[in-house]
Design a binder for this molecule. Structure first.
Ligand SMILES: O=NC(=O)[C@@H](O)[C@H](O)[C@H](O)CO
Ligand SMILES: [Co+2]
Length: 403
């Protein structure tokens, strides 16, 4: 009876950017938190939880994590999709958090214990041109990062993905989507120049990553992957949209550049073909959008069978609650690859006190029971939701493209 769920509340707050958080409370007073943030579609998940999931939670045993996952996945009837799986993830992570507090153990211990000291992370360096991007990479190396993602502006393209020139990068910056214009030919020319310069300026030891962000066709992606081979990237991410998982065969045929994909996936079915045919090297699907710890454990174990490693998405639109849970997962998972780490805004960190910490190029989860992240609800209430959507991209002739 102590573990009976007596309350579950959805908290929408905007400290620096919008976040949706689910707080589940048990009869014993122990509470758990789950991130439910879906950038640009936050209120859809808030309503899915508030109106359709929470009524199903009251009265259940918080310890029945798997059964609640199966109930919410199969019981929704309309299976999968980012809204459903983000809502399920929020419940799942909150229940793992409660279990940790009941057991007096950090979540990594519940999963099977520590497999490493800290999670290798990569930071986001960007610049309007190659020189500015190289300076930004240098600053991350000075901060102790062992891995850095580098993005640079594309001549003739305003507001290309990933370019914030200095301030923190927050793509969902307008109430309705910002329309950007995209040019592939210019991009295919500048990226190899960027990495040639980065290797010349910073040497071969630092791990360098790049995010194509879905903007190439498979053969263009194959060409880019081959053209950056001399610079030995840690990975080339989202090289082409992956609804057609087979399209990655074309990239694989032409290059040994490691490939990462999956931040927009929400279940194992989105990447089963990619993984079992070893078309990728890292799976990016993360806990908040991929159905929580319960489902990500299945995905990671399946990936391990095919020597595919994890590379969790970790942008600022995934809250510290997700980062906390992700780091416990990263600490346990045997086939760990790397963890994306963008700095949250100060207000975000104040609303979500946490015990993870960065040092020696790695993020270290804390030892607190559960995932170690809490929420200051009074402070959260001072940041009302502010409608924001992600940009869109069109080609120069107006054709709708991928951002
Ligand atoms: O690899 N990281 C990314 O691609 C992110 O910057 C995504 O554009 C945002 O999280 C979308 O909300
Ligand atoms: Co990405």
């Amino acid at each position: 009876r102590d573990r009976e769920i007596v309350d579950a509340r959805v908290i929408v707050t905007c400290p620096g950017r919008n976040f949706v958080t689910l707080k589940i409370e048990t009869r014993s007073g122990i509470t758990g938190l789950g991130d439910a943030t879906l950038n640009g579609r936050e209120l859809a998940v808030a309503s899915y939880l508030q109106d359709h999931v929470v009524p199903n939670l009251i009265g259940r045993d918080a310890g029945r994590i798997e059964d609640i996952w199966q109930f919410l996945y199969r019981g929704a009837y309309w299976r999968r999709g980012p809204v459903t799986m983000t809502a399920i993830a929020a419940v799942d992570v909150a229940l793992w958090d409660i279990l940790g507090k009941l057991a007096g153990m950090p979540i990594y211990q519940l999963l099977g214990g520590r497999s490493r000291e800290g999670a290798l992370v990569y930071g986001h360096a960007n610049g309007r041109d190659v020189a500015e991007a190289s300076d930004a990479v240098g600053r991350f190396i000075e901060q102790g990062f062992l891995a850095v993602r580098a993005q640079c502006g594309v001549p003739g393209v305003k507001k290309a993905y990933g370019i914030s020139s200095g301030k923190a990068y927050e793509p969902a910056e307008s109430e309705l989507p910002l329309e950007t214009v995209w040019s592939t030919p210019q991009y295919l020319d500048i990226v190899p120049q960027l990495f040639e310069r980065l290797r010349a300026d910073h040497g071969n030891d630092v791990h360098l990553l790049h995010d194509v962000h879905h903007r190439l066709t498979p053969i263009e992606a194959a060409r880019l992957a081959r053209s950056v081979e001399p610079y030995r990237l840690f990975w080339l991410e989202d090289a082409t949209p992956a609804e057609n998982q087979k399209s990655f065969e074309l990239i694989r045929q032409h290059s040994t550049t490691p490939l990462a994909v999956g931040e927009v996936f929400n279940s194992i079915w989105d990447c089963k073909h990619l993984i079992e045919n070893q078309l990728i090297d890292y799976i990016r699907t993360t806990i908040v959008h991929g159905g929580g710890i319960t489902h990500l454990r299945r995905m990671a174990d399946f990936a391990a069978l095919h020597q595919v490693r994890t590379g969790f998405h970790g942008a600022t639109d995934l809250s510290p609650v997700c980062m906390g849970a992700a780091l416990h997962f990263d600490t346990w998972v045997p086939n760990f690859g790397i963890q994306e780490y963008m700095f949250h805004a100060d207000e975000t960190n104040e609303v979500f006190p946490h015990d993870y910490a960065f040092h020696d190029g790695r993020l270290h989860c804390g030892e607190a029971p559960g995932h170690g992240v809490s929420i200051d609800e009074k402070l959260a209430a001072r940041f009302p939701y502010s409608p924001k959507q992600l940009p869109v991209a069109r080609l120069e002739d107006g054709t709708m493209w991928d951002w």
